[in-house]
Design a protein around this ligand. Sequence first.
Ligand code: HEM
Length: 197
Amino acid sequence: MEALNQGLRRIPTWSLYVVGLAVAAWVVVPGLSAIDPVRDIERGLGLWAVRFLLLGLMITPLRWVGVNALRFRRQIGLVAFGLVVLHLLTWLVLDMGLRWDQIADDLVKRWYIMIGMASFVLLIPLAVTSNDRSIRWLRKTWVRLHKLAYPAAILAVVHFIMVQKVWGAEILIYAAILAGLLAARVWKFGPSRVVWG
Ligand code: HEM
C-alpha cells in the first residue's frame, strides 16, 4: 500500500485537468463524425461526468483502506463539473438550439431533464467553493456543504437510469457502485449519518 501511496504522491494534481481535457476530446472528436453527433457527444459527456463524480466519492472510502488519493479530490470534482457544464451546453446549444420556449417545455415535461438539472444545481456550490480560500472561510460548513456531492450523485444516477430505454449491464454497474459507496458510509457511520457523518 505504501508503494501505491508513494506513486500517487509523485503524480502532479494538475495532470487531472489534462486527463479531463483529454476525456472531453475523446468524446467530442469521434462524436463529430458519428451518425447522430449531438446525441453521441451529449451522452458521452454525461457518462464521463458520472464516472468522475463517482470516482470523487471513492476517495474517502479508499482512505479507510489505506489508499491516500485525497490530494486529487478537488481536481476530480472540478473535472466532473466541467464535463457536466459541457453536457448541459451540448443540450442547450446543439440539441435545443437555444430555443428557450422549447427548453422550458422540455424541463417541465421530461422528468429526467429536471432531475439532471437538480443534480447540476447541487454541484454549483461545490464547484464554486472548491478552493483554499473557501475552505478557510467556511470551515465546518465547507465539510457539510460538500456532502451535497452524495445527493448530487444519486440524482445523476437516477437521471442516467431514466434516460435508458433498456437496462444494460452498464447502468447496473454504476447503480451498484453508488449503492456500495452509500453502504460503506452506513457501515462506517451508521444509518442516521449516512450523508452527514
Ligand atoms: C444540467 C442539466 C442536465 C440536462 C439538461 C441533461 C440532459 C441530458 C440529455 C438530453 C440526455 C440524453 C438523452 C437521450 O439521448 O435521450 C442526457 C443523458 C445523460 N446525462 Fe444528463 N443532463 C443534465 C445533467 C446531468 C448530470 C448532472 C449528469 C451527471 C453528473 C448527467 C449525466 C447523464 C448521463 C450519464 C446520460 C446518459 C448517457 C448514456 O446514455 O450513455 N446529466 N442528459
